[in-house]
Design a protein. Structure first.
Lengths: 336, 293
């Protein structure tokens, strides 16, 4: 690395503002609510003692807590991925589901399942990550060929690329009679998350922490190639790091529970509206909002038609697309 | 229709005849609606499907079932229900069109908004279906996917009447459409009542989209493929030529494609996937070329 970027990192006092602490408390409350809501009988009384205690404890530790944690981690990583991609592609509407990354990861999972069914989940996830990286690089190459890079054509091409990859994946799945599994990967559904099946998501927390550590560099990269090099940043290395983080995090999410369209986009844009584009300031908030949003949608999905569950991908997808539409067409944005 | 037929001809002809009739009707509907829409919006990338009209229709279908309850919806004559849904789609399409195409928004923005709107409608339909019947969701979900293999024969007569009427009207309006294709200001200069024509065209498109979606479900990129192939093949932009050409190409693609996939390759339900794949590539190529009539 050349000369380090000037220190604009906030002091400890600045980071733990009262607002952020309050928001964390809110997230904690949501988490507790999520742990308590469910079909199985798990009241606080049952946890305290009595004959149902063993059953209630098992429910708590094997199902409720892992599910809540999985939602938290997935939500925060989706937000962080979207924020990173927005910086790297310098476009407000790019995120793993509008750049072909998520669809490429699904294709990778399918290929791994077809060619090496005995591979452990980590292996399949690794293959998915490689495919996701390849998909994103392909997207990058296509974007580079567009002469006039308006704000809108980039996610448009990304959505289309995702659609093409999706069609290919569907065709392969249809041939191999794996359509049901494919559906499980593409719709975000956390109802099947149990202890022992979500641990991969801890990796996403590590990746998010890594992203936060390099947040200043990503912010500078978001100013453009030439500008970044002028400031002494190794642009290509940061680009590679960012893409690797995004690919890995997306592949992990998809391998565990499927993806939720437009969630990262929504969260990153709303936070950027309020707080600007300095990633070191906004990344914690983006992570927090992503986790809170996903958790809230899952709780709603569990409650709409209790005791049946509606997958969080469906609920959040509707909200996400509606907000995306508003961002595109609302009065504040006069995009070309 | 006759390749590889086994069993009594009476059964085969009626079964496959129904399928073929359905394909012909759907092909016509999609081709005509796409060409009309592209004239209306003055560009070759937008189609009613890209704008989310198909998905909107499915959402309306689901909402109707949601509002009336499963028993109530089943009690109504399917043709009456279809007519009601078509009317709702026409009204929604008019409102949407007026709002989006007010001339102040960029072209790519409208396309992206249309795509996201389609995703929103599909998500809404999905959500409503799951709320309706969490157990039988997978059965209902077949509504969301294009099934060229199974055509709803109860609606065929109504569909045929609607499509023939719409097609005849479109052909009769062909000279006006040619003038419209020159642009809004030029058309008004030439004495065309632009607002009235827009309304008529949107209504026609809505009816055609309702028919094709009711018969086989939503088709995302088929119209795009067909219309651009027609423009390539015919060379001129005169609607008297492009409308029939697009129709014939659509029918050939559907019937031929289905035959090839079914008989030669043995993949029954894959036509829609192949179309989506090819159409997506065409879409990206068109975007990159920056086409704008």
């Amino acid at each position: 690395m050349a000369t380090p970027t000037p220190s604009v990192a906030p002091t400890c006092r600045e980071r733990l503002t009262p607002a952020f602490a309050l928001a964390c408390l809110g997230l904690l409350a949501l988490g507790v609510a999520s742990v308590l809501i469910g079909v199985g009988d798990m009241s606080i009384a049952a946890l305290a003692g009595g004959e149902a205690q063993g059953h209630a404890q098992l429910l708590l530790l094997a199902s409720r807590v892992p599910r809540t944690l999985a939602l938290l981690f997935a939500g925060l990583s989706m937000g962080v991925c979207a924020a990173l991609m927005q910086m790297l592609f310098r476009n407000r509407f790019v995120e793993p589901t509008t750049a072909g990354t998520a669809e490429a990861a699904s294709l990778g999972l399918l290929t791994a399942t077809l060619l090496a069914p005995g591979l452990p989940v980590i292996g399949k996830m690794a293959v998915a990550a490689v495919f996701a990286l390849a998909g994103t690089v392909l997207f990058l190459k296509i974007i580079d060929r567009i002469a006039l890079r308006g704000a809108v054509i980039v996610p448009l091409v990304g959505l289309m690329l995702g659609g093409i990859i999706n069609a290919l994946t569907t065709f392969l799945a249809y041939r191999a009679d794996l359509l049901q599994s494919l559906a499980a990967w593409t719709t975000g559904d956390f109802s099947g998350v149990l202890r022992g099946r979500y641990e991969l998501l801890w990796l996403n927390v590590a990746l998010a922490a890594l992203a936060y550590g390099a947040a200043d560099r990503f912010t500078v990269a978001g100013l453009g190639d030439a500008f970044a090099r002028n400031l002494g940043l190794d642009y290509r290395r940061i680009m590679a790091l960012g893409l690797a983080i995004v690919a890995l995090a997306t592949a992990t999410c998809i391998a565990t529970a499927g993806t939720v369209p437009f969630l990262g986009l929504l969260v990153a844009n709303v936070v950027a509206l309020v707080m600007g584009d300095n990633l070191r300031r906004t990344l914690p908030w983006i992570a927090l909002s992503g986790a809170a949003f996903l958790l809230a949608c899952d709780i709603i999905g569990r409650l709409i038609r209790f005791p049946y569950e509606i997958p969080v991908g469906t609920v959040a997808g509707v909200v996400g697309s509606a907000v995306f539409l508003y961002l595109l067409l609302g009065r504040r944005y006069r995009l070309g | 229709m006759t390749v590889g037929a086994r069993g009594g001809w009476g059964f085969v002809l009626s079964l496959r005849g129904g399928k073929l009739a359905g394909l012909v009707l759907v092909g016509t509907a999609v081709a005509v609606s796409t060409v009309l829409f592209q004239t209306l919006t003055e560009n070759r990338i937008l189609t009613p499907a890209v704008m989310g009209f198909d998905a909107l229709y499915v959402a309306i279908q689901t909402a109707v079932v949601f509002a009336l309850g499963a028993q109530g919806a089943a009690a109504i004559d399917p043709r009456l229900r279809f007519a009601g849904e078509a009317v709702l789609l026409a009204a929604a399409a008019l409102g949407l069109f007026r709002w989006l195409f007010d001339g102040r928004r960029g072209f790519h923005l409208v396309v992206l908004a249309g795509l996201v709107f389609g995703i929103l409608c599909r998500g809404l339909a999905n959500l409503l279906q799951r709320i309706l019947d969490p157990n039988e969701f997978s059965v209902l979900q077949s509504l969301l996917f294009t099934r060229f293999n199974v055509v709803d024969t109860a609606l065929l007569p109504v569909a045929a009447v609607a499509i023939l009427a719409a097609g005849a009207l479109a052909l009769r309006l062909a000279p006006t459409l040619d003038a419209l294709a020159l642009g809004r200001d030029t058309a008004i200069n030439l004495g065309i009542d632009h607002r009235r024509m827009v309304t008529i065209l949107i209504l026609l498109v809505a009816v055609l989209v309702s028919v094709s979606t009711a018969l086989v479900g939503p088709v995302l990129f088929f119209g795009l493929l067909v219309s651009n192939l027609a423009y390539l093949a015919i060379g001129t932009e005169r609607h008297l030529h492009t409308l029939p050409a697009a129709t014939l190409i659509a029918i050939a693609c559907l019937a031929g494609g289905q035959t090839v996939l079914e008989r030669l390759l043995g993949y029954d339900a894959a036509l829609s996937v192949v179309i989506e794949f090819a159409g997506g590539i065409v879409f990206i190529l068109l975007l990159l070329r920056g086409t704008r009539t």
